[in-house]
Design a protein around this ligand. Structure first.
Ligand SMILES: NC(=O)C1=CN([C@@H]2O[C@H](COP(=O)(O)OP(=O)(O)OC[C@H]3O[C@@H](n4cnc5c(N)ncnc54)[C@H](O)[C@@H]3O)[C@@H](O)[C@H]2O)[C@@H](O)CC1
Ligand SMILES: Nc1ncnc2c1ncn2[C@@H]1O[C@H](COP(=O)(O)OP(=O)(O)O)[C@@H](O)[C@H]1O
Length: 285
C-alpha cells in the first residue's frame, strides 16, 4: 500500500457526486439526524444541522431534549425537530429506516453524549458521525471505544484525539502523522478525520487522505469557534446523501476550507453554511 496519503482534490467524479439528479424527491437525498445539547447549548448542533441541509441532505432533523425545544424552534425553520430526551427515546426514533446518517457530539455535553452514543452504536442502522463531546466520552469509557464499528467516522481535533488515543504520539510531519492515524483507525475499526490546517483522514483498511489548507489554499479564519461543528454537519449531510464515510470526510474537508477561503477575513462559523451555495455553483454543481 502507498504510505503517502492521497491529496484530496475536487475532480470531476467528486463534483458529479454533489449534483442532485432531476426528478428525485427529498427522501432520495437522505435524512440526517443531529443530536443537540440542552437549553443554552444548542448552537453547535444547529450549526451542524444548517450545514447538513446546505450540502444537500433532503431532510435534517435536530434531536433535542424537551427543555431545549423552544430555543431551537426559535432559531430554525427548514431544520425539523424531534424530542430526544435520553437513550431510550433515541432507540425508538432510530427505528425509522429512512434516517441515513446520525451525528452525535457537537454541544452535546459529555454526560449526555456517553449514553446516547452507547445506544446509537448498538441500534443505529445508519452511519454515525462522532464529534466533539462524544469523542471525549469515548476517551473516558473503553466500552465505547470497543463498540466502534466500520460505520463510524470520528472527527477529532488534536485535543480530542489525545483523549482517545493517549498512547499514540502525533508527530508534526505529515507522513509519520498519517502512520499514527492509520494505527488509530485500525485500532478503532473505523474511519478517523484528524482536523487541522493539514487534515488527515484514515480508514481502518489503511486508506489515507490528506487535505492541505496551507499555501495558496490557506484558510486561517477557520480557526474560529464552531468551525468544526460545521464540518461535522457537512460530512453528515454528505453521508446522508449516500457518500461513503471516507469520501464524505475528504469531500467535506475540501468544501469546508473552500467556503472559508471564499468568504475570507471576518469569517465566523455561521457564515460557512451560507457560503456553501456559492462554492457549489463555482464548481458547476
Ligand atoms: N457555538 C457553539 O455552540 C460552540 C460550541 N462548541 C462546543 O463546545 C464543546 C467543547 O468543545 P471544545 O473543542 O471547545 O473543547 P474541548 O472539550 O475539546 O476542549 C478544548 C481543550 O482541548 C485542547 N486542545 C488541544 N488541541 C486542540 C485543538 N486543535 N483544538 C481545540 N482544542 C484543543 C485545549 O487544551 C482546549 O483547552 C463541544 O461540545 C463543542 O461542540 C464549540 O464547538 C464552539 C462553538
Ligand atoms: N489554521 C487553520 N487553517 C485551516 N483550518 C483550520 C485552522 N484552524 C482550524 N481549522 C479547521 O477548523 C475546524 C476547527 O474545528 P474544532 O477545533 O473542532 O473547533 P470547534 O470545536 O470550535 O468547532 C477544523 O475543521 C480545522 O481543520
Amino acid at each position: 500500500m502507498d504510505r503517502q496519503p492521497r491529496l484530496v482534490t475536487m475532480g470531476p467524479a467528486r463534483i458529479a457526486s454533489l449534483r442532485k439528479p432531476g426528478g428525485a424527491h427529498k427522501y432520495d437525498h437522505g435524512h440526517a439526524v443531529i443530536l443537540s445539547g440542552g437549553a443554552g447549548a444548542t448552537g453547535a448542533a444547529r450549526l451542524a444541522a444548517r450545514a447538513a441541509l446546505r450540502i444537500g441532505a433532503g431532510l435534517v432533523t435536530l434531536g433535542v431534549p424537551p427543555a431545549a425545544q423552544l430555543e431551537v424552534a426559535a432559531h430554525e425553520t427548514a431544520v425539523m425537530l424531534m424530542r430526544i430526551q435520553d437513550a431510550q427515546t433515541l432507540n425508538a426514533r432510530l427505528e425509522d429506516a429512512r434516517i441515513s446518517a446520525l451525528c452525535l457530539g457537537p454541544g452535546l455535553g459529555v454526560d449526555r453524549a456517553g449514553p446516547l452514543l452507547a445506544r446509537a452504536l448498538v441500534d443505529a442502522r445508519c452511519p454515525l458521525v462522532i464529534d466533539a463531546d462524544a469523542l471525549t466520552a469515548i476517551g473516558k469509557d473503553g466500552a465505547l471505544m470497543a463498540a466502534l464499528h466500520s460505520g463510524c467516522l470520528l472527527t477529532p481535533h488534536m485535543g480530542e484525539f489525545a483523549r482517545m488515543f493517549p498512547d499514540i504520539e502525533v508527530p508534526d510531519a505529515v507522513t509519520p502523522r498519517a502512520a499514527a492515524l492509520r494505527r488509530a483507525a485500525e485500532r478503532a475499526g473505523c474511519t478517523i478525520l484528524l482536523k487541522g490546517a493539514e487534515t488527515l483522514i484514515a480508514g481502518p483498511d489503511g486508506t489515507c487522505y490528506r487535505h492541505s489548507a496551507t499555501g495558496d489554499r490557506a484558510a486561517p479564519w477557520l480557526a474560529t469557534a464552531g468551525a468544526g461543528d460545521v464540518l461535522a454537519g457537512i460530512i453528515t449531510g454528505l453521508i446522508a446523501r449516500g457518500h461513503a464515510p471516507i469520501d464524505a470526510a475528504a469531500t467535506g474537508a475540501w468544501l469546508h476550507a473552500e467556503a472559508a477561503r471564499l468568504f475570507g477575513p471576518g469569517l465566523v462559523a455561521e457564515d460557512l453554511p451560507e457560503v456553501l451555495p456559492r462554492v457549489l455553483s463555482r464548481l458547476g454543481v
